[in-house]
Design a protein around this ligand. Structure first.
Ligand SMILES: Nc1nc2c(ncn2[C@@H]2O[C@H](COP(=O)(O)OP(=O)(O)OP(=O)(O)O)[C@@H](O)[C@H]2O)c(=O)[nH]1
Ligand SMILES: [Zn+2]
Length: 223
């Protein structure tokens, strides 16, 4: 699908558009995915979608809308649950045979990597993940899901079974025109390094997390 944005500068209120630039096969440990690269008229980031199977073969498609986390996704940082969630969502799509993982470049809940790293330093001084963002002059969560909705539209996916623990993400996708027929839990095990962070997400950001106590005497390398 090709959409153009030639009138955007003349009309600042124009609806955002996403354009699939190319698609290629990516073999992973979970099987072969199709990777789609999107350009868009909202920002200059490289948003992506990985999918498997015939997306028109099911009424409601298993979907993960993942927000970029360099530290968690690439480095395997234990400060958060992102890397494990990404891996688990790919595995769940592979097990289902049909599904999509959208990879939105909204690092640090939209504040970017530099500011997220500064927020980590504040968290090491005792502030939680919400207050650290606020102290840096940001909102607690600055993400926007309109591009995820456009990507789903491009893939012909109007209805999703969304892998998430975040009720705000469900509401945002529905506001953008996507039907969320079901929430599929994507909880991962807490570890010594992310237990407080997950607790804050449950208590201050309403994430639906079944939290088990983590022994504080545990080594940082145990789970
Ligand atoms: N600003 C900030 N961003 C963080 C922090 N920890 C993780 N992130 C970012 O948070 C985003 C992931 O959001 P989460 O709150 O973990 O989860 P979610 O996507 O809202 O919800 P789920 O769908 O359940 O995963 C990624 O962009 C991470 O880079 C933090 O302490 N501060
Ligand atoms: Zn993370």
């Amino acid at each position: 699908m090709m959409k153009t944005s030639q009138h955007q500068s003349e009309c600042p209120m124009a609806e955002p558009e996403a354009t699939r630039m190319t698609r290629t096969r990516i073999p992973t440990e979970h099987g072969d995915f199709q990777l789609c690269f999107y350009s868009n008229t909202l920002d200059s980031k490289e948003h992506l979608a990985l999918y498997m199977g015939d997306l028109s073969s099911v009424e409601s498609v298993l979907v993960r809308v993942h927000s970029e986390c360099f530290t968690g996704d690439v480095l395997g940082s234990r400060r958060c649950d992102c890397g494990e969630q990404l891996d688990r969502s790919l595995a769940m799509v592979a097990a289902a045979g049909v599904g999509v993982v959208i990879y939105l470049r909204q690092e640090g809940r939209g504040i970017g990597l530099l500011e997220k790293l500064r927020a980590y330093n504040l968290q090491d001084q005792g502030y939680d993940t919400v207050d650290a963002n606020l102290m840096l002059g940001h909102g607690a969560d600055e993400r926007d899901y309109s591009l995820a909705a456009l990507i789903l539209e491009d893939l012909g996916v109007p209805s999703v079974r969304l892998m998430t623990n975040n009720p705000a993400k469900i509401l945002a996708l529905e506001a953008a025109g996507i039907t969320v027929s079901e929430r599929v839990s994507l909880a991962v095990n807490a570890n010594f390094d992310n237990a407080d962070y997950l607790l804050t997400k449950a208590q201050r950001m309403d994430h639906l997390l079944p939290l088990k106590p983590v022994r504080k005497t545990q080594s940082a390398h145990e789970s």
